[in-house]
Write a protein that binds this ligand. Structure first.
Ligand SMILES: [Zn+2]
Length: 220
């Protein structure tokens, strides 16, 4: 899953208007931000196997730290805790923390049975990636719904929203290119290009500042 994670981050703005979209993206995509770092460090493994699913040529051999359910619950607890110490807002911290392991749930729908429940534990996955049409409908469908919910939660206040719209366009184009482009030449290229995900966090935060939540929701 790719766009679906961003969709859920955008949709969550309505629940916690005080949280920046950058924070919500960090939480929803924490696993995929951590993954290329662990790949480059040699801690987690992937290989390129064209045809292994209809959508992605990646065979996720081992990624228990970034992508097991147990560790994502732990990362959620840590991120929620960090947010609470930073902002002293328990409700927002709770939602920011709870958003993180939703990554596992969405990936569970998309991946082959390669998603570990815990390190060394059984692996599960429903395999949405075995169908290209289904993947396109679900990913772009969720993305549109998430964007609409976000637009309702954060008004533009008359300013132009370059940040948000460039962010949305970037994600849609990058994802379409990955769906219909050739398989990556090497694992190193996969890891280095996946590091670009970190950029989406400040980018989302920038877009969010241009479209702040309603004044009633702002901190005094
Ligand atoms: Zn993932």
């Amino acid at each position: 899953m790719f766009l679906g994670h961003f969709a859920l981050a955008m949709a969550t703005k309505k629940v916690v208007p005080k949280a920046s979209l950058g924070t919500l993206v960090l939480s929803a995509q924490f696993a995929d931000c951590l993954w290329p770092v662990l790949l480059l460090l040699g801690v987690e493994q992937v290989r390129i196997a064209p045809g292994i699913t209809r959508v992605t040529p990646l065979d996720f051999i081992s990624y228990p730290i970034s992508h097991s359910l147990l560790l994502q619950l732990v990362w959620g607890l840590l991120l929620g805790g960090a947010y609470f110490f930073w902002r002293h807002d328990f409700r927002t911290a709770l939602v920011v923390g709870a958003l993180l392991p939703t990554h596992w749930l969405l990936d569970y729908f998309a991946h082959r049975p390669d998603m570990p429940l815990y390190p060394g534990g059984p692996k599960v996955g429903l395999g949405m990636w075995n169908s290209l049409p289904l993947t396109v409908i679900i990913e772009f469908g969720l993305f549109c719904i998430g964007l609409l919910l976000y637009l309702r939660a954060a008004c533009s206040k008359g300013r132009r929203s370059y940040g948000l719209w460039s962010f949305v366009l970037f994600l849609a184009v990058v994802y379409a290119a990955s769906l219909f482009g050739p398989p990556p030449p090497s694992v190193r290229v996969v890891a280095l290009s996946a590091l670009a995900l970190w950029l989406t966090i400040p980018w989302a935060a920038w877009g969010d500042r241009q479209r702040e939540a309603q004044p009633a929701n702002l901190s005094p």
